[in-house]
Ligand binder design. Sequence first.
Ligand code: ZN
Length: 401
Amino acid sequence: MRSWSGPDVPSIGGRAPELRIHDTRTNGLVASTPEGVARLYVCGITPYDATHIGHAATYLAFDLLQRQWLDRGLDVDYTQNVTDVDDPLLERANDTGEDWTALAEREIQMFREDMQALGMVAPRHYVGAVESIDLVAGLVERLGDSVYPVDGDLYFDVHADPDFGQVSGLDEETMLALFGERGGDPDRPGKKHPLDCLLWQAPREGEPSWDSRLGPGRPGWHIECAAIALEHLGTDFDVQGGGSDLVFPHHEMSASEATVATGEPFAQAFVHAGMVALDGEKMSKSKGNLELVSRLRENGHDPMAIRLALLGHHYRSNWEWTAADLASGEQRLDAWRAAVSRAETASGEELVGRLREVLADDLDAPTALSIVDAWAADEGTDASGGATVKDAVDALLGVRL
Ligand code: ZN
């Protein structure tokens, strides 16, 4: 397993309210009240490109979620994968002539550095696809009759899960369109149903493959996440998370595969972060409209200002990154730091209570920021309680002042 270290999250005492979070499957707020241990799976990157602001916004949403659970005194078992072999990575390496493993390792290292700089709590299990080949083969075997071959590859009959479609709630026409746009192969001849998804790909000329109980090949993407999540978190874990572009097909397919294999629900809630646009379109390498975290850091921007710029938007909203976001993050950071240094002993127990309340209501960071803004404008003269504002802002928002 790959290692990763993150910040220590201070404990601020007092009672944290019950968290309510938006669940895509039920399309409403659900209470998230694990006991003892909270189990979170967030889909990781395919390491062929540097971390952009859209990635950072997604991982920040789940960082806020973890901080809610930590504030309630829970142990958070956080698992994230990294798809360290997949078509986009091999294609990029092929285009540039670089060794694909060197490309992957460089981008993984850059991603971790960006996440650390932004103060993200580290995953306990950070697991690659390549090291999970045996896990994937074992899970494919458990799928039994719902697996069938197409020209040497193995496919999953999605309708083996009677609940298929319930995570996204989409109609079949929309599913087919999204499946085609997002890496699926609805038109491949020999499949029983156009939505059936790849489990295991037989070796291709010039591509890497691994020996397994299924024969040589490499894993499909959806089964990779299902296998890693089940191994490290078990079934029916608390939250499956990712960007909203993963709702379908990725999260739908992973959940169906896991449910058919185990007979149990995959996750209790499916939580999704909105998309960040740049220049009017979703950020993507192919369109060339990327704002990279590493570039902002290289240009001397304080990672905490970048974090504040992202926190200014609710995690579920779709929004467009502009220079004004960064400017307001920097302004806010200066104002908060000045207030904290003016009011060294100020505590603001009431402020902590209000912060907890708005964040427990589906992670409403923008309102949390305005509460701290009002305190900072007041020059931090409220010195009525125990915990300090500085610690609360660190613990709940991950902003180090
Ligand atoms: Zn995933």
